[in-house]
Write a protein that binds this ligand. Structure first.
Ligand code: AHR
Length: 388
């Protein structure tokens, strides 16, 4: 019977979210710098959800009943909760930390059976992984979507099977058939990088910006948001984006793209924006091999995203000028969502991770992003030791 109850709750949650005017996608909010847990805003949705759950429970159909009978007893009745997690892959330090966060939280000791699939950056494999979880009749499905489109059909299948879906990290643009999304505002990250570069260039008396961008994986919302955010500031300030190509969020990809940029544009750029730390490590190798000096006080300003431990070490050493955090430790927030569902409550549709902007030099204390003042943090060993 548990599946029947979960099915009803999921429908109620989605209905309530719809009435509350919630939509998918992290880039629609004004700010991404703080965890948004506006309980008051959700109270109305909560009320609607409980009512809808009550109404629908009586009218639940035979299909979800059958699924419920087969489902393992999980959670509220004291049994193990089975979770299927379709992870993007293993392309970066960030990804490793994200996987570990889920494995730590959804462990057997904590009462979970985690079915983990590394989709190796293959969108078709990721959809098949989700279908496999439906066949296994797991209690919940977690998806970190490799790309932001192509989801509605399989999410409808999850809904029909009565399995609540929680999206983490990247967003989905073409469906809202999921209970909650927990992740980052990627456009805000891109805007922050642009605002920092603007303020930094003014502070250093740099009047011309010629930037090379090494994008993340094509079609990923992390790539789309960071590209849009940075470009918005570049366009507003008349900067030249000399080229913008995908390095697939990998170190090898970053090195390959940077090597080709050096062949085409040597002497014609003074900024390199890498959309994650691993790409930045690859770009550093390419520039070092070509004798190009980058980092604090050098010819090329190097900007990165993620702020993983190794990235922050490069900020402290001055190889990377600024690093815009993307927080991979979503699993505790996902567990809160699951506990709320188990308790018959309505989780928030969107939960934003708390993130910080890290720099090497103590020359600017803050930047203004989306009209909001946001702090810049100078990296110390203590910060590195506490990072993911
Ligand atoms: O979706 C988050 C991005 O994916 C991270 O910035 C990157 O490191 C990862 O591969």
């Amino acid at each position: 019977m548990k599946r029947k109850i979960v099915s009803v709750l999921m429908c109620a949650t989605m209905t309530a979210a719809l009435f509350a005017g919630c939509g998918g996608g992290g880039d629609t909010q004004a700010s991404g710098d703080a965890a948004k847990t506006d309980d008051a805003a959700n109270d109305a949705a909560d009320d609607g959800a409980s009512e809808a759950a009550g109404d629908d429970a009586a009218a639940d159909d035979g299909a979800s009943e059958a699924a419920g009978d087969d489902a393992a007893a999980g959670g509220s009745d004291g049994g193990t909760i089975t979770i299927g997690f379709a992870q993007v892959g293993h392309e970066s330090d960030w990804r490793t930390a994200s996987t570990k966060s889920c494995q730590d939280v959804f462990s057997a000791e904590n009462g979970y059976d985690l079915q983990f699939v590394d989709c190796d950056n293959d969108s078709a494999a990721q959809i098949e992984a989700v279908r496999g979880f439906i066949q296994q009749a797991v209690d919940y499905i977690i998806i970190d979507p490799i790309v932001s489109t192509g989801w509605d059909t399989v999410l409808t299948e999850c809904e029909d099977a009565g399995i609540p879906v929680i999206i983490i990290d990247r967003t989905i643009d073409d469906s809202d058939k999921y209970v909650s999304w927990v992740g980052s505002n990627f456009k805000t990250e891109g805007l922050a990088a642009g605002e920092w570069l603007k303020a930094y260039a003014e502070n250093k008396g740099i009047s011309e910006i010629n930037a090379l961008v090494i994008e993340g994986s094509t079609g990923a919302s992390a790539t789309i948001g960071r590209t849009e955010g940075f470009k918005e500031i570049a366009d507003a300030n008349g900067w030249t984006i000399v080229d913008s190509q995908s390095g697939d969020f990998t170190e090898a990809g970053g090195q390959e793209v940077m090597e080709s940029y050096i062949k085409s544009y040597e002497g014609k750029f003074n900024v390199v924006i890498c959309q994650n730390d691993n790409e930045a490590f690859g770009a550093m190798t390419a520039m070092k091999n070509a004798g190009i000096e980058y980092g604090v006080g050098k010819d090329v300003i190097l900007v990165s995203f993620d702020a993983c431990t190794a990235g922050l070490e490069k900020v402290m050493s001055g190889d990377i000028n600024a690093d815009f955090e993307c927080n991979p430790l979503a699993a505790p927030d996902v567990e809160k969502v699951i506990k709320q569902l188990q308790a018959g409550e309505t989780p928030e549709k969107e939960v934003y991770m708390t993130e910080h902007w890290y720099v090497n030099e103590d020359v600017l204390s803050s930047i203004t992003v989306n009209g909001e003042e946001q702090a810049l943090t100078v990296v110390t060993q203590e910060i590195i030791d506490a990072q993911y």
